[in-house]
Design a binder for this molecule. Structure first.
Ligand code: NAP
Length: 252
């Protein structure tokens, strides 16, 4: 039913693990040409081989790295039609103990990172004529809160502030800017939160299970289709109903 994304050039930051790898895999299976990024060279090469994607080692918090990624996409994919600005970190630090370095690294990766990625890819997204930017935000920050994640929540809510004005600025270039807001998705990164965290979250989700990386990949794919061309500056929550309960009784 939906127009194919076959042949589209897609860049996924943080595509070497977790949600980004899931997004990259969905696009690759749909016939798109995909380039993934991440900082770890060995992880990146392994994921790229598995997905059938190109890989560039790059830190999203670095402007120079972002420009290198854009240049590699130009060289290897012939342009950029879709940018999935996904790379992110979720270190935990209570407000009372949080250091300036904690704030800088979280905002630098999660908020400055997507802005730099969009800037670096912009000429090629404009040249595409049907450019798409898809941000991986979160329910945490835009909708919910969780102790230890004041800086993380600020970064993810900040992404939506960025999105709304970027969507206006880029509308006449035919570029849409949208965000997917995952709830709790089973990834390598989330596994690091520990069993108690995962059990607590599972109990709070009406569907009683964590999401999969493909659940997020399909929403990114939808935003990239021709049929979604008139949607910009919007969010889709993918959380198994996690933001809905008014109290724990509601999920009994
Ligand atoms: P993950 O499993 O830890 O994977 C993170 C990916 O991002 C890896 O490829 C990692 O590779 C890359 N990355 C991290 N820092 C980077 C940097 N500075 N520059 C470039 N790449 C970087 O995490 P995830 O759970 O998939 O999360 C992915 C995104 O989804 C994040 O933005 C996160 O906030 C968001 N999210 C996740 C969940 C969830 O439940 N999992 C929920 C809501 C939102 P390297 O480490 O090699 O750089």
């Amino acid at each position: 039913m939906f127009t194919s994304v076959e042949g589209r050039a897609v860049v996924v930051t943080g595509g070497t693990r977790g949600i980004g790898k899931g997004i990259a895999s969905v696009f690759a299976r749909s016939g798109a040409r995909v380039l993934i990024t991440g900082r770890d060279e060995a992880d990146g090469q392994a994921a790229a081989a598995e997905i059938g994607a190109a890989f560039v080692a790059a830190d999203v918090a670095s402007k120079a790295d972002g420009e290198r990624v854009a240049a590699a996409a130009h060289q290897q994919l012939g342009g950029i039609d879709v940018l999935c600005a996904n790379a992110g970190i979720f270190p935990s630090a209570r407000l009372a103990e949080m250091t300036e370095a904690d704030i800088d690294v979280t905002l630098g990766t999660n908020l400055k990172g997507p802005i730099l990625s969009v800037q670096a890819c912009l000429p090629q997204l404009k040249a595409s004529g049907r450019g798409r930017v898809i941000l991986t935000s979160s329910i945490t920050g835009p909708i919910t809160g969780f102790p230890g994640w004041t800086h993380y929540g600020a970064s993810k809510a900040g992404q939506l502030g960025f999105m709304r004005t970027a969507a206006i600025e880029l509308a006449r270039d035919g570029i849409t800017v949208n965000a997917v807001l995952p709830g709790n998705i089973m990834t390598e990164g989330l596994a690091g939160m520990g069993e108690d965290y995962i059990a607590g979250m599972t109990a709070a989700i009406p569907m009683r299970k964590l999401g999969s990386v493909a659940d997020i990949g399909y929403v990114a794919l939808f935003f990239a289709t021709e049929e979604a061309a008139y949607i910009t500056g919007q969010t889709i929550v993918v959380d198994g109903g996690q933001v809905l309960p008014e109290s724990p009784d509601a999920v009994e």
